[in-house]
Write a protein that binds this ligand. Structure first.
Ligand code: GAL
Length: 681
């Protein structure tokens, strides 16, 4: 529980330091009207809290904290280290980040810090210590909010201090230059290193960087940010062992291994901004919610930021449609959120985000946003009994940041697709009505019915055991193309890809055969091309699965079938008749391999086939179009994302939002939700 509030928290980033303190009266009255229960002050207040180096001014924050405590509003207090004040860069240029090209990034926006800077880290420690001393026992304090969105803007720095730290990091990782030279494969292109000092970050180079070098730089850069975070956590834990700690994540952010970060927080929290003009927005929200719940090992998470209406940073900033703010908030709760917070409480009147919506708009209570805010607060206030309950998912997707980094660092065979592949499979499961867990490569997966492993380029060494155990216990394991190419040390597996997964799947990958519709570059081939016009290339191929023709987009592999049934074959130039989908019985379960990149229809077909074979079904089979149905604990959330009233049959219980009884079916109005207490599955 965060603070003492026993329900689903509702709140926002709260930045009253942008106004005279007289705003507090009005803010607190409006918060009460909207049902706000928790706010996050001071995220970007470093310059106000420490106006000159070592000189602190807490007076304004004291007043804010006291007033919030008196109003019974819990505080998720930011440590305020997210954006150093101008004096920092001015007095200590070593704290500023430097780009790969050597440009120093100055103050004037935010997050201008070099993660490896000892000066910056010491300044953070000083501020966090002061914050903990001042507010660690304040009655309003319910949670610590460390930094803000690490790696949102600054992911790496190429300054001399980072360069030196990279060498130390490599020395710790490899122990010896011989081992580094082996892992990096420096016999290639005359890259052998004779001393640690010769090693540089992979800044601009004449041509392709060594993928192992790039991958280690990414690991190092992620670790540098992690150390900044861990330093603050250490201080806070010591000062206030009973106050939970969080830092807000950013969904599938490619730069940080959130599995590792999640181990260090007490509460996982996330920021999400789907585009209201994108019909797939609910899908994007579901993916992030599923990921956050999974990062917390199934525990509820905090939605730390979304917005009440429009953002200001897209080329076109669509406002939310009527009802959508409440609907998406319900969707987040359905998938495991126990707090719904926004950026930000009051819309700024100056600065870069003055046109980003707040819960209180420039037009105040007269804005169309205000009734949406009050309505959302009212709904959340009825959901107290949902707090703490769990979502039980029968499907899982294996997700690993190192894998995505390895794909991004590789020079071919695929151009960076690590995140997109997982998102595509999640989309398929979402549209079919599933809540999905994401799992680490080395997690115990034996409780799931369906485990999908999308393009596990690096990680097979760690995944092979858990996947085999899951199949043995009865799971259907589906591994897709592009998997098992690299060992954990980053070298290619000899003897056919899939490496240690080959035994489980009964196949090995012998050749990679990317496909495409014609040449990537140059003008189209016209009718006068006497020679070129007569050449046949490998364009997009299809997959023949028992007479069904599925599209295989941009990919094919030639596999050796050692011990599996071939379910489907490729059709197309140079792949005609080759196995495209294989299946092998393993213990109580099955292991499938897809050598093809199926499109959305093909993926849907495949999941439908698995459902038929093993009797898998979503929480609400055959839900009407536009209805997302998710079971959380004893409650079934029915969310209507469409513009038409939908009738959902086969539902009995009580609607928590209205208190109405439901017998056999319920109508759900457009862009709204019904939360049914069903009393268990
Ligand atoms: C987040 C950030 C907030 C605010 C918001 C705007 O990335 O944490 O401070 O800038 O975006 O959408």
């Amino acid at each position: 529980m965060i603070g003492t509030y026993p329900g689903i928290h509702f709140g926002a980033d709260y930045n009253p330091d942008q106004w005279p303190s007289s705003i507090l009266d009005e803010d607190i009255a409006l918060m009460k009207e909207a049902g706000v229960t928790m706010v996050t002050p001071a995220v970007f207040s470093w310059a106000r809290l420490e106006p000159a180096e070592g000189v602190f001014d807490f007076a304004w924050l004291d007043e804010v904290m006291d007033r919030l405590a008196a109003a019974g509003i819990a505080v998720d207090l930011a440590t305020a280290t997210a954006s150093p004040p101008p004096w920092m860069g001015h007095r200590h240029p070593d704290t500023l980040p430097v780009t790969a090209e050597g440009t120093t990034l100055l103050w004037g926006s935010r997050q201008q810090y070099n993660p490896s800077s000892a000066t910056f880290r010491a300044a953070c420690a000083r501020l966090v210590t002061a914050m903990a001393e001042r507010y660690g026992h304040h009655p309003a304090l319910a949670m610590w909010h460390v930094g803000n969105e690490y790696a949102c803007h600054i992911t790496e720095s190429f300054d001399p201090e980072s360069r030196a730290a990279f060498r130390v990091w490599l020395e710790q990782r490899y122990g010896s230059l011989d081992e580094l030279n082996r892992v990096w494969g420096t016999s290639f292109w005359s890259q052998h290193y004779g001393s640690w000092e010769e090693i540089m970050p992979p800044a601009p180079l004449p041509t392709f960087a060594n993928p192992a070098h790039t991958l280690d730089w990414r690991r190092f850069s992620a670790d540098a940010l992690f150390t900044c975070f861990a330093n603050e956590v250490r201080i806070l834990r010591e000062a206030t062992p009973d106050i939970p700690i969080t830092t807000n994540f950013m969904g599938m952010l490619p730069w940080l291994d959130y599995w590792k970060w999640a181990e260090l927080v007490d509460v996982v929290s996330n920021d999400t901004y789907p585009d209201p003009s994108d019909p797939r927005a609910a899908r994007a929200l579901a993916l992030e919610a599923d990921l956050m719940r999974s990062l917390g090992k199934g525990r509820p998470f905090v939605q730390m930021e979304q917005t009440s209406s429009a953002v200001q940073w897209r080329p076109r900033n669509a406002p939310k449609r009527p009802g959508q703010f409440a609907l998406w908030s319900l969707e987040l709760v359905a998938r495991g959120a126990d707090a719904i917070c926004q950026f930000q409480w009051r819309q700024s009147e100056a600065g870069s985000e003055m046109f980003h919506s707040g819960m209180v708009s420039h037009a105040g209570r007269e804005s169309a946003v205000w009734p949406e805010v009050v309505h959302t607060g009212d709904l959340l206030a009825t959901l107290g009994e949902v707090r703490g309950s769990r979502v039980r998912s029968r499907t899982a997707i294996v997700w690993d940041w190192e894998n995505a980094w390895a794909i991004a660092a590789a020079i071919g065979p695929v151009v960076g697709d690590g995140f997109a592949a997982a998102a595509r499979w999640h989309a398929t499961l979402f549209e079919r009505g599933y809540a999905v867990d994401f799992v680490r490569v080395d997690a115990d997966m034996s409780g799931y019915d369906l485990v999908i492993v999308p393009s596990l380029f690096l990680g097979a060494d760690r995944a092979a055991g858990p996947l085999a155990a899951a199949a043995d216990a009865g799971a259907t394991v589906v591994v897709t193309h592009g998997s098992g190419y690299l060992r954990d040390d980053g070298h290619a597996y000899p003897g056919g890809y899939l490496g240690p997964l080959a035994e489980l799947l009964g196949v090995r990958v012998l050749d990679i055969m990317p496909r495409g519709d014609g040449p990537v570059e140059g003008e189209a081939i016209g009718t006068t091309a006497r020679i070129s016009g007569a050449v046949t290339t490998r364009d997009t191929c299809t997959v023949d699965w028992d007479g069904r023709e599925l599209r295989s987009e941009w990919w094919a592999e030639r596999v050796a079938v050692d011990a599996a049934d071939v379910l489907a074959h490729f059709r197309g130039v140079d792949v005609d008749g080759l196995p495209a989908i294989t299946r092998r019985s393993v213990g109580k379960g099955e292991a499938w391999y897809l050598a093809a990149e199926l499109d959305a229809d093909g993926r849907d077909d495949l999941v439908a086939e698995v459902e038929r074979r093993i009797g898998l079904a979503p929480d609400l089979p055959a839900a009407p179009a536009g209805i997302e149905a998710v079971r959380r604990g004893d409650h079934l959330f029915l969310l209507n994302h469409s513009d038409r009233t939908r009738t959902v049959d086969g539902v009995t219980g009580t609607d928590l939002l209205t208190g109405a009884g439901i017998t056999g079916g319920v109508e759900v109005a457009p862009r709204s939700g019904v939360v049914v207490r069903t009393g268990g599955e």
